[in-house]
Design a protein around this ligand. Sequence first.
Ligand code: CTP
Length: 286
Amino acid sequence: RRRRKKPVRVYMDGCFDMMHYGHCNALRQAQALGDQLVVGVVSDHEITANKGPPVIPLHERMLMVGAVKWVDEVIPDAPYAITEEFMNKLFTEYNIDYIIHGDDPCLLPDGTDAYALAKKAGRYKQIKRTEGVSSTDIVGRMLLCVRERSLGGSHNHASLQRQFSHGHSQKVNDVGFGTGTRISHFLPTSRRIVQFSNGKGPGPNARIVYIDGAFDLFHAGHVEITTFNISLVVHGTVAEYMDFSKEESNPYAVPMAMGIYKQLNSPLDITTSTIIKRIVSNHEAY
Ligand code: CTP
């Protein structure tokens, strides 16, 4: 990072619906192009108008983006396309030097490039989109869960698939909404893992907090609970499956017996099932 000189401020926008490591990798690369990263999270209304309703409402998407270590500031209700007016606001009010987006084409419903103005102004920079992960694929996998759990009966998945394919329609075919969607196409090489770590181990007197969980579909409820500063084995009150009645089905039997287990009041009432229900009701409404 530069010292003394005026910091380079970069801006990345996006929907960040059902945030995944592709989004995190985009934020990591964007931050590396400057000193400070400002992220604009697109409003529910703008997403609905451009690609169908988001699964995750704005305030939860803000919590997720804001929790990423490479993000310095979060702007709510960002527009889907960079308009002249908004671009000037970024330059004058937010002191933004560059506008960043992944190298995938980002087209508006009328077929024009959402970043055309920023490109013309010479203030656009690109990062590499992470292959093998997308919200479309995640929705596909969740619909498989719905089918398997028969939570909500049988549905025509085609329109949901379409709803999440906006602008990346060419990708829908290779996503494959079959059983293969359970297989991750992402390769976490040791180089990639190092990119995501801060390279520092804990100090000799560090308090080390342990929390476990499946973290299948990481959501705002997870982000909020990790802000507690408790050096115990902790678990939230809200969870997908909580049957502590039988000793053998209680995953926390050991820490409980050792007296180091504490239950936290979950700050948000979200589980993966909540999100699956949102997808199903969006599907029914559209
Ligand atoms: N992004 C990325 N790699 C992915 C997915 C997204 O680099 N696999 C980047 C996008 O290029 C963009 C930012 O993350 O700069 C925010 O993306 P977003 O607006 O949320 O939408 P999508 O590109 O539609 O992401 P997805 O296909 O996962 O819905």
